[in-house]
Design a protein around this ligand. Structure first.
Ligand code: PLP
Length: 333
């Protein structure tokens, strides 16, 4: 078939026709999209059909940008400062100048969340290289942009926290240390890890480096309680420095005082450490502290939420609701 014949039904659309078509293109996920801010417009929209970015933004065609996912719980943006500092560090590492100072960014985040009008929400904040042409050359961009989307917060069932989750070994090569420690929008390995876990009917898969050491999951860190009752996380060498993991480890000091733990440490962890651990946990913004009770079919600990996972979850959730590290959001609801 000639190109001319194939394209006879296609017409050049007007702005109004596009608006009309967009309004017919609603899909179920959009009901969770509450508000979006974009520096490209310098304002906020609440209509999900308007939540898009320019296709020539290098974020779209090269993954050239950095991002953060931040949780708002009972009107407080948890670890906002820590997320913004990590964003700033990631942007600096790939030589993107932030489009505005952090304090201004905070004002926009709080205002957009207020417009979204939900006490509990997820914020996804992207800093892009910016619109330009379509090459890899970052110097063709007109300037970095900020896109912020506020969505409803999806939480796991309480049963998952009691029974724990099943994980497996990922077949995807972990990112090299440089990429693993920068939160860029190049998340293809993470996407493939998520896909393999869904395909294998597992809750998560975890990376194993060429040195045999455990790295992390698609978008969460993994930690354990060893047989000496120490809470251990991997070195921050080939993993993202998770804001939730860092905060949880600060809070865990209290469990040492309460004699529930003997110490809190950082060291290289192997698969053997996993299967001989008393408890294993996934930690991240969406999950908080989620017990892992099976690795590649082998039961971990008692096969249910352990005392440390429970205590850490309680401490973290308490911290989220009233801790000094949560930034209040003024809500108009
Ligand atoms: C690769 C990766 N590891 C770990 C985490 C957990 O980090 P945080 O606790 O800051 O959400 C994330 C989530 O952002 C991630 O993308």
């Amino acid at each position: 078939m000639s190109i001319a014949a194939m394209t006879t039904d296609l017409s050049v659309l007007s702005f109004e026709q596009i608006q009309e078509k967009l309004s017919q293109r609603m899909y179920s996920a959009q009901k969770n999209y509450l508000a979006m801010y974009s520096t490209w417009w310098g304002g906020i929209v609440t209509d999900p059909t308007l939540m898009f970015v320019p296709i020539d933004d290098h974020l779209v065609h090269r993954g050239d940008g950095v991002f953060e996912a931040i949780k708002v719980v009972q009107g407080k943006a948890f670890l906002l400062q820590e997320h913004l500092e990590r964003l700033q560090m990631s942007a600096a590492k790939i030589h993107i100048d932030l489009p505005m100072p952090i304090e201004e960014m905070k004002d926009i985040i709080l205002k957009t969340t207020e417009v979204a009008g939900s006490e509990n929400a997820m914020l996804r904040l992207y800093i892009s290289r910016g619109p330009g042409g379509f090459t890899t050359n970052p110097y063709e961009c007109v300037g970095s942009q900020m896109y912020l989307v506020v969505t409803t917060l999806n939480t796991l069932s309480e049963e998952k926290y009691l029974r724990g989750v099943k994980i497996g070994r990922s077949a995807i090569q972990p990112k090299d240390p440089w990429f693993a420690t920068v939160k860029t929008c190049n998340y293809l390995p993470n996407v493939l890890m998520k896909k393999e876990s869904v395909d294998r009917k597992l809750d998560f898969t975890i990376g194993i480096g060429s040195d045999g050491f455990i790295t992390e999951s698609s978008t969460e860190n993994i930690v354990l309680v060893d047989k000496d009752n120490s809470l251990v996380r991997p070195y921050l060498r080939q993993i993202l420095k998770g804001t939730t993991m860092i905060r949880t480890f600060e809070l865990a000091q209290e469990l040492v005082v309460r004699d529930l733990l003997t110490s809190v440490q950082e060291r290289d962890l192997t698969e053997q450490d996993l299967v001989t651990a008393r408890e294993v946990m996934m930690i991240g913004t969406t999950l908080d502290v989620l017990p892992v009770t099976e690795f590649e079919g082998q039961v971990i600990g008692r096969g249910q939420q352990g005392p440390v996972a429970k205590a850490l979850l309680d401490l973290l959730r308490h911290d989220m609701k009233q801790g000094p590290k949560a930034t209040p959001v003024k809500l108009n609801i």
